[in-house]
Ligand binder design. Structure first.
Ligand SMILES: N[C@@H](CCC(=O)N[C@@H](CS)C(=O)NCC(=O)O)C(=O)O
Length: 231
């Protein structure tokens, strides 16, 4: 059995989607990040960085194994199951390259764009513009890749797609319009329609406040989310 420390967010969806795609048995351990559960000693023993997601795999030869950082969790589950990451060669390193691009670029930068657009006090226009401009550039990089490749690692759906997708779900919060990125607009619903992606995204949603439920309901945020400016 695998324990998944979870609340519905773009980073934790990577793990819930992968667990669903692989059909692995898992148990959800809800983490209330607004209440600060992720900074408590029990959780810090699993992830010293105090953030979700994290997993604990109880079925390993070494005994219970904790894995933190969503990218490491995706690689761990891919290697455990032999799925969604090629064992060698170009497809493997394309997937790992795009996974690292998401972890080091799209996630942190789009997260800052969201923060400065939505939460920062007045007077932070420079920061908001800087992060939205860089997010736009990153969406352009994603679009260019998907213009000539069905999936990020090439012909096959992989953990790289799972890493990026939850972030693109919130494109309106990043100040982006998918009409400007036609290849992303093709890829995004193709993945949204996968049953495992829907199960992973909707995991635990019934326990969330209304604001989060609205943003997480389908078929996808671009269609049903609040209008730009209202988000
Ligand atoms: N690089 C980390 C980022 C994790 C992260 O930022 N998680 C957010 C939720 S999406 C969180 O735990 N926020 C609560 C906090 O910052 O205390 C990963 O990819 O796992």
């Amino acid at each position: 059995m695998i324990d998944l420390y979870y609340a519905p967010t773009p980073n934790t969806w990577k793990a819930s989607i992968m667990l669903e795609e692989c059909g692995l048995p898992y148990r959800v351990i809800p983490v209330d990040i607004l209440a600060g559960d992720q900074k408590k000693p029990d959780f810090l023993a699993i992830n010293p960085n105090g953030r979700i997601p994290a997993i604990v795999d109880h079925n390993t030869p070494e005994g219970p194994l904790a894995v933190f950082e969503s990218g490491a969790i995706l690689i761990y589950l891919a290697e455990k199951t032999g799925r969604f990451l090629a064992p060698s060669g170009r497809a493997r390193f394309d997937a790992l390259g795009w996974l690292m691009w998401q972890m080091g670029g799209l996630g942190p930068i789009a997260g800052q764009a969201h923060h400065f657009r939505r939460y920062a006090p007045a007077g932070n226009d420079y920061s908001a513009d800087r992060f939205v401009t860089e997010t736009t550039r990153l969406y352009g990089v994603l679009d260019e890749r998907l213009r000539t490749n069905e999936w990020l690692a090439g012909a096959d759906y992989s953990i790289a797609d799972m890493a990026c997708w939850g972030w693109v779900w919130y494109h309106r919060m990043h100040g982006q319009n998918l009409d400007d990125f036609p290849a992303v607009a093709r890829w995004f619903p193709a993945m949204a329609e996968r049953p495992a992606v829907q199960r992973g995204r909707l995991l635990g949603i019934e326990d969330q406040p209304e604001e989060i439920r609205v943003r997480t309901q389908g078929p996808y945020y671009g269609a049903n989310g609040p209008a730009p400016g209202a988000d």
